[in-house]
Write a protein that binds this ligand. Structure first.
Ligand code: CA
Length: 228
């Protein structure tokens, strides 16, 4: 698995620095912003797996940042709130934060919350539209494919071939089955399936040095996922 990328938006320098060091020690990749507006820009221009978001910030406050993040992303957000901001906690969850933690907190507590939130939303999407096998995620709505967290560009047909295999994990699908499913009424030869399998293998198997699509000699292709 690739390392989890965390964005910390927190204006208390010491607090931000403390969390940063602890998270790096735990093998997270950490980016820190001490300003609300800059933090939001950093988020929008980067790729993060999680945001730790302070509430009271210069530039833009945490609520506003969370609201804007939610317009474009389901990234897990944990709000860092001060003790006397109980009402704010409720509002924080209301605007789409996944969890909150009250300052001051023990770092172990934060780490546990982070792991829990990441577990609950492993696919950055709660709509059940993600198909997964091994470390590949296929988002059926956005049609975005991620391998080990990296976005991979597939053409429409490549996506459909891979999806059909992914929906039938551990089952060998013949060229004819794949052809009928993906090309349907279109005229053509079933060996176009081999060509597309080769394209997909170049983009995912070879690029990520992993075997995703297996060949059943003389029978067809399949995706093996032992965790199922
Ligand atoms: Ca603050």
């Amino acid at each position: 698995m690739s390392k989890t990328k965390v964005l910390i938006i927190e204006d208390e320098i010491k607090m931000a620095r403390f969390i940063e060091l602890e998270l790096k020690y735990e093998d997270y990749i950490v980016t820190v912003s001490n300003d609300g507006r800059e933090g939001l820009d950093t988020f929008l221009n980067g790729e993060f797996d999680m945001v730790l978001l302070d509430l009271m910030l210069p530039g833009l406050n945490g609520f506003e940042i969370c609201r804007r993040i939610r317009k474009v992303s389901n990234v897990p957000v944990i709000m860092l709130t001060a003790k006397d901001e109980v009402m704010d906690k409720v509002a924080g969850l209301d605007i789409g934060a996944n969890d909150y933690i009250t300052k001051p907190f023990a770092i172990e507590e934060l780490l546990a919350r982070m792991r829990a939130v990441l577990r609950r939303s492993p696919s950055k999407n709660q709509n059940g539209t993600i198909i997964k096998f091994k470390d590949v995620e296929m988002d059926l709505e956005s049609r975005i494919v991620r391998v080990k967290g990296n976005v991979v560009e597939l053409t429409k047909k490549e996506f459909e071939v891979l999806l059909y295999l992914a929906q039938n994990k551990n089952t060998v699908l013949s060229r004819e089955q794949i052809f009928n499913k993906v090309w349907g009424q279109e005229v053509g030869e079933t060996n176009i399936v081999d060509v597309y399998i080769r394209y997909i293998r170049t983009k995912i198997d070879e690029r990520f040095s992993e075997r995703y699509i297996y060949t059943a000699r003389g029978e067809g292709y399949f995706i093996k996922d032992e965790e199922e």
